[in-house]
Design a protein around this ligand. Structure first.
Ligand SMILES: Cc1ncc(COP(=O)(O)O)c(C=O)c1O
Length: 401
């Protein structure tokens, strides 16, 4: 099949839910992707912060092959050795006490919302309201969407699930006024990913933690995008010297095999048998893949590597900003946004033409989130491509009067 064949078939048979770039890939290796015509690209999207180990990593491939040949799926009617082991490894690595497995980020958020609502029923009066941030992104299912405070995602799907209250991000002053006797939790992304790669300020998260303790609220961190080494620590909360009560992860956890998880401390545990479930969640294949990812991230110290590579990338991008080719850089570890002077969509298209995959996170910002295994030479090559592309997509300066 050629790319044109793929596009024609997709246009005819798929629901048109995505605005896709006109490219389809045949295979990948490390940080590189190869399209159906054989052109190669530096993958600085990593499947939207998913392919932590890059493409075709031998440890992940071997784990998936071994598990596929032995046992794919049995359901949660029975014990699953790989799932139990994954729960142990994740809890020990994160300091949480319990894990529940599902298949995506949105499902992890759904589980966190249900856990919070269940926890809120311990007292005489049920508490169910969850404070979330403006410009948040928590997923597309109805509960997660109702927590996603961006009109472009929500507006067409009203009525939404009630019980979510929005406050400005990074603004502690807004939190007390939003807290009522119905409030049960505050849910935040430590770095707002889809909202434009906006890191939380440390004093903000610490103040929110204190507020949660003072008012007996659960603090939920949505680490679907930031987890598994992405920000230069295994979990982003480690940067801030505080710990949430509940944490969602997905994306990087399976290195490309769909899996999500919600982790909770013993204090936050409220779910009992029958409360929640998933046919596929934590099945032997997904759990084996996640175990291979976590083992590789630990053995190869990929969180530390991501921190170093992120620093190199930020330095390279800052040089472009200093030369007037872009407006600003922000992010944490290997989750970075470059504010561009022209239209982000045009920058994305031109970068792809030039062999670099990035994506837009807003009208004037592009996201760079390469696999954690990215090497210095590949960082430098990505910066060199941007250096060539950016001058052609600058918004022309206003004419002098
Ligand atoms: C912070 C956050 N939460 C939840 C989600 C939803 O994850 P999924 O697309 O796997 O449902 C995303 C996806 O980008 C995300 O960034």
């Amino acid at each position: 099949m050629t790319t044109d064949d793929v596009i024609a078939t997709a246009d005819r048979y798929l629901m048109p839910t995505y605005r896709r770039a006109p490219v389809a890939f045949s295979h990948g290796q490390g940080v590189w992707l190869y399209d159906l015509e054989g052109k190669r690209y530096l993958d600085f999207i990593a499947g939207i912060a998913v392919s932590a180990l890059g493409h075709a990593h031998p440890a992940l491939v071997a784990a998936i092959q071994r598990q596929a040949a032995r046992l794919l799926h049995t359901s949660n009617l029975f014990h699953i050795a790989e799932q139990a082991e994954l729960a142990r490894v994740l809890c020990e690595a994160s300091g949480f006490d319990r894990a529940f497995f599902c298949n995506s980020g949105a499902e992890a958020v759904e589980a966190a919302i249900k856990l919070a609502r269940r926890w809120g029923r311990r007292g005489e009066r049920p508490r169910y309201e969850i404070i979330v941030a403006q410009q948040s992104f928590h997923g597309r299912t109805m509960g997660a969407l109702s927590a996603t405070m961006q009109a472009k995602y929500q507006d067409a799907f009203a009525p939404l699930v009630p019980g979510f209250v929005a406050v400005p991000y990074n603004d502690m002053d807004a939190v007390p006024g939003a807290t009522t006797d119905r409030t049960v939790a505050i849910m935040l992304e430590p770095v707002q990913g889809e909202g434009g790669v906006v890191p939380a300020q440390a004093d903000y998260l610490r103040s929110v933690r204190e507020w949660c303790d003072a008012r007996d609220l659960l603090l939920i961190f949505d680490e679907v995008q930031t987890g598994i080494g992405r920000t230069g620590r295994l979990f982003a909360f480690e940067h801030y010297g505080i710990r949430p009560d509940v944490m969602t992860v997905a994306k990087g956890l399976g290195g490309g095999v769909p899996i999500g998880a919600v982790l909770a401390t013993e204090r936050a545990m409220a779910l009992v048998p029958g409360d929640h479930g998933s046919t596929f969640g934590g099945n032997p294949l997904a759990a084996a893949a996640a175990l291979a990812v976590l083992a590789t991230v630990a053995e190869q110290r990929l969180s530390e590597h991501a921190a170093a590579m992120g620093q190199r990338l930020v330095e390279g991008l800052r040089r472009l900003v200093d030369r007037g080719l872009a407006r600003g850089v922000r992010g944490l570890g290997l989750l970075i946004a470059l504010e561009v002077s022209g239209e982000a969509a045009a920058v994305v298209d031109q970068c792809r033409e030039a062999g670099l995959l990035v994506n837009a996170v807003g009208p004037a910002a592009i996201r760079l989130a390469p696999p954690l295994v990215v090497q210095p030479a590949e960082i430098d090559e990505a910066v060199a491509i941007l250096e060539r592309v950016l001058p052609s997509v600058q918004v022309p300066a206003a004419p002098a009067r």
